[in-house]
Design a protein. Structure first.
Length: 306
């Protein structure tokens, strides 16, 4: 069931991607905001309570509805529910339009437009960035987004689905990532700030939840890219910065497509980022998706035959 749900969710997301402002994501944002306002009282125990309610309670409800559908309607209804949840939580099209706009601007030679698009996407000052730095930022941000929106969801969805928890893993992973970002967002005058305790707890929880998915993503990039270079870059980064999951993903990317990224020493191996590397990264991501889909298909077939 996991393979079919992921396959159809990806196909649906490619055909009809969710708009940036949609009821599902708006509802998740409103839920997290309400939990923080209501339960974040400043102490560590309150921070953990707020995190558990914001992240795990929706996961429990999603799992409960999954089994309710199984028992009352049948597996077909449960599969449709899984597809709906995955459609809302994974997919390239939730961010790829930004990537495409910047790539097209660079290919047209309009570096100023590329800087403007990059600044709007990453919320940084890109006004003085040279061409290679624009490409580097786009690669890094795109790869991390692909990891969080696709491969990380694959891992947590598949693990918890195998334990009988339906699509809860996809919801828990994405809400954990969102909460980790939300509590550190730049505040507006009307915003309710998250306490230091909640910020620390959300960051620690996200680091723990992303440890395995980041290394699964890095391993996939190594298999479908330059394996030895990706593993060596990953190993060197892990030795210097243990526990840095984002760095692991970027280091594996750098080795897999032979490009220098921010995680590497500028004297190390790899080429300076060029627009051609954007095409190489797109190929790397799609090959990795195909590889993991084939792996899930084989697991599903083995389970049926067993």
């Amino acid at each position: 069931m996991s393979f079919l749900a992921i396959l159809f969710a990806l196909l649906l997301e490619q055909a009809r991607p969710l708009q940036p402002s949609n009821p599902v994501h708006n509802g998740a944002r409103a839920w997290v905001r309400w939990v923080i306002r209501t339960f974040d009282a400043g102490q560590s125990m309150h921070g953990w309570l707020a995190w558990m309610l914001a992240v795990w309670l929706p996961g429990v409800l999603v799992c409960a509805l999954h089994w309710l559908l199984v028992w009352s309607v049948g597996w077909a209804a449960a599969v449709l529910w899984n597809i709906a949840i995955l459609y809302s939580t994974l997919g390239f099209r939730q961010f790829s339009h930004r990537f495409t706009e910047i790539r097209d601007a660079l290919n047209a030679g309009d570096e100023e437009l590329a800087r403007q698009r990059l600044a709007a996407w990453m919320r940084i000052d890109a006004s003085t960035l040279p061409r290679s730095e624009i490409v580097r930022h786009v690669i890094e941000f795109s790869v991390l987004n692909a990891h969080r929106h696709v491969f990380g969801v694959f891992v947590w969805y598949s693990l918890l689905a195998a334990l009988g928890l339906g699509p809860a893993g996809a919801v828990v992973y994405r809400l954990s990532e969102f909460l980790g970002r939300y509590v550190h967002r730049p505040l507006k005058p009307s915003d309710h700030p998250a306490s230091d305790a909640l910020q620390a707890n959300a960051s620690a929880a996200w680091s723990a939840m992303d440890w395995l998915p980041a290394r699964v993503t890095a391993l996939g990039f190594a298999f479908v890219g330059s394996f030895e270079e990706a593993v060596e870059s990953w190993r060197q980064h892990e030795a210097l910065f243990p526990g840095d999951s984002n760095g692991v993903v970027l280091a594996a990317t750098a080795g897999a497509v032979n490009v220098k990224l921010g995680v590497q020493d500028q004297g190390g191996a790899g080429q300076q980022p060029q627009p051609a590397h954007l095409r190489a990264v797109v190929g790397l991501l799609w090959r990795s998706v195909v590889m993991w889909m084939v792996f899930l298909a084989l697991l599903s077939l083995a389970r049926l035959l067993g």
